[in-house]
Write a protein that binds this ligand. Structure first.
Ligand SMILES: [Fe+2]
Length: 129
């Protein structure tokens, strides 16, 4: 069996998943790319609720054919829930997902792909009751 190797993306934004280096002191570049999740803090098990995910909420991100957010994915922990695609200049990276969860993973996670600046992650804690 092959041994798992540690890897490092160093400062290559096109390698791996980008997250803010300091969540309480984000750069404008980080604010531009982080998907922001708006959802209830607590939801009932197996009951549908709305989750809004938006890129550019903290600082505007370009939305033009040459530079845009191409898709947003939503996860519960590492479990995939939904994906939305966007086209540069004609649709904005703000989406409402309607989801229901049967058990907790502790947090919702969103991934957003910028066609020039790679993959970015936002998170929000959520409790299932
Ligand atoms: Fe970008």
């Amino acid at each position: 069996m092959e041994e798992k190797k540690e890897y490092s993306c160093d400062n290559d934004i096109l390698c791996g998943v980008n997250k803010p280096k300091d969540i309480s002191n984000m750069t404008d570049f980080e604010k531009k790319h982080i998907p922001v999740i708006t959802a209830p803090d607590k939801v009932n098990k197996n009951e549908e609720f709305d989750v809004i995910v938006e890129v550019g909420k903290l600082f505007p991100h370009p939305n033009e054919p040459g530079h845009f957010i191409s898709w947003i994915e939503l996860y519960s922990g590492d479990t995939f829930l939904a994906r939305a695609y966007f086209s540069g200049g004609t649709s904005s990276p703000k989406v409402l997902f309607r989801v229901k969860l049967s058990h907790a993973h502790g947090f919702l996670k969103a991934w957003a792909m910028c066609n020039l600046h790679g993959l970015w992650q936002g998170e929000k804690p959520i409790e299932i009751i």
